[in-house]
Design a protein around this ligand. Structure first.
Ligand SMILES: [Zn+2]
Length: 395
């Protein structure tokens, strides 16, 4: 059973999340949605308004009477630094609490070239420069959210490992950034933060079980249940990119053979195409264009990728039994006939994967890396138990 402090913390987070997800919500509606008393809602909402985290506004109804006050998150309450680390580059941005990118810089640095200490020093330099160049006062910044392409020890901000960048194993990135910047730092796997971004921007609903599958340079999945990301005990939940789809397949940098992402990720498709055609393509868009133009090898590579994706999506359904699966994949979005064939194959595959069992949805193109990192900062600051804002709420 939760003690008084835990209950208080849960109530604060619950109220904040409901204001975020239902802008314009009233106190009576908050009571109902959060299932807490009117006096508790009153107390929390007044404090949120006093602190500047929430804005109150009111409207007259059609008869000229006063409607209940309405509330929404104050986007200008604080700023956050977001850092999206990828295998071949990094992006740093300053965002507000509405996930608007105010300032942004792109860095061409590779995870596997520099050692993690030198890499982190370059990141710190980039963050300091972005803050200084834009004359941002440090007390306006709530914290730093960092996304990485691999599992982390979320509580400590230490990277567990990154496939393809072995030097980063057990690297305490969160601690290094904290000691350099003296700001709260949250380091998370990119797919987990991506799911929080989708929830933060109401692209998925919180009260359902949703699986998010991201197919980009690599492949990952993340599961949200009742508004919480399910990480597993080692942040490995959803590492579907490294599930074996071909036992006789080529060796993956994770140590396994025939992993899903060797055939279906953007990088996997490029290398499959190059292997089968002796081509030297560097770019997924080029291979999409070739497929659209009738290149049979390119078409075959995509058809094979869809076949493996159907099997994996089927496994995801059996493992998590979600209400909805949302997929972010540029090559599927560009070639919608492949997406329709994926749906047809999946729904006819077994009695457990029929249309009524799960809703499948393809996300619109958006800057998912940058936005996930922005959400890693804002979500943790506003909604996490480790946030200084939540911990110091009643002081
Ligand atoms: Zn692998």
């Amino acid at each position: 059973m939760a003690n008084a402090l835990e209950t208080r913390t849960n109530n604060i987070i619950n109220v904040l999340q409901n204001i975020q997800h239902h802008p314009g919500i009233s106190k009576p509606q908050l009571c109902k949605r959060c299932d807490i008393t009117a006096s508790t809602v009153q107390n929390i909402v007044e404090k949120l308004v006093d602190k500047g985290a929430v804005l109150s506004f009111g409207q007259m109804d059609s008869t000229g009477g006063r409607r209940a006050r309405q509330y929404k998150i104050n986007q200008e309450f604080k700023l956050a630094v977001s850092v999206s680390i990828r295998l071949n580059c990094a992006d740093i941005a300053i965002v507000n609490m509405g996930l608007e990118i105010l300032h942004h810089t792109h860095m061409e640095i590779r995870l596997d070239s520099a050692g993690p200490e030198s890499y982190t020093a370059l990141l710190v330099e980039g963050i300091r420069k972005l803050i200084a160049d834009n004359e941002i006062q440090i007390d306006r910044i709530s914290g730093v959210g960092v996304t990485v392409p691999g599992p982390t020890y979320f509580e400590s901000g230490t990277i567990r490992e990154i496939a393809g960048a072995p030097l980063w194993q057990d690297f305490p990135l969160g601690a290094r950034l904290f000691s350099a910047l003296n700001l709260p730092v949250w380091v998370d796997k990119d797919a987990f933060a991506g799911l929080q971004y989708l929830a933060f921007t109401n692209q998925i609903t919180l009260d359902k079980t949703t699986v998010y599958i991201t197919i980009l340079e690599g492949i990952s999945a993340a599961v949200m249940m009742k508004g919480e990301v399910f990480r597993g005990s080692n942040s490995l939940a959803g590492e579907i990119g490294h599930i074996t789809v071909r036992r006789d397949g080529s060796r993956c940098h994770c140590g396994n053979t025939g992993c899903l992402e060797l055939y279906c990720s953007d990088l996997g498709i490029i290398s499959q195409y190059n292997m089968q055609s002796e081509g030297k393509s560097q770019n997924i868009d080029e291979i999409i264009r070739l497929a659209e133009g009738g290149d049979e090898t390119a078409q075959q590579v995509f058809v094979q990728a869809v076949r493996y994706l159907v099997d994996t999506t089927c496994n995801v359904i059996m493992n998590y039994d979600p209400n909805e699966i949302v997929i972010f994949c540029r090559w599927l979005h560009r070639q919608q006939t492949l997406y329709f064939s994926l749906m047809d194959s999946l729904y006819s595959k077994s009695i457990f994967t029929q249309r009524h069992a799960v809703n499948l949805r393809l996300l619109e193109p958006q800057n998912i890396y940058l936005m996930s990192a922005a959400a890693a900062a804002c979500w943790q600051f506003l909604f996490s138990r480790s946030s200084p804002f939540i911990i110091g709420f009643d002081n």
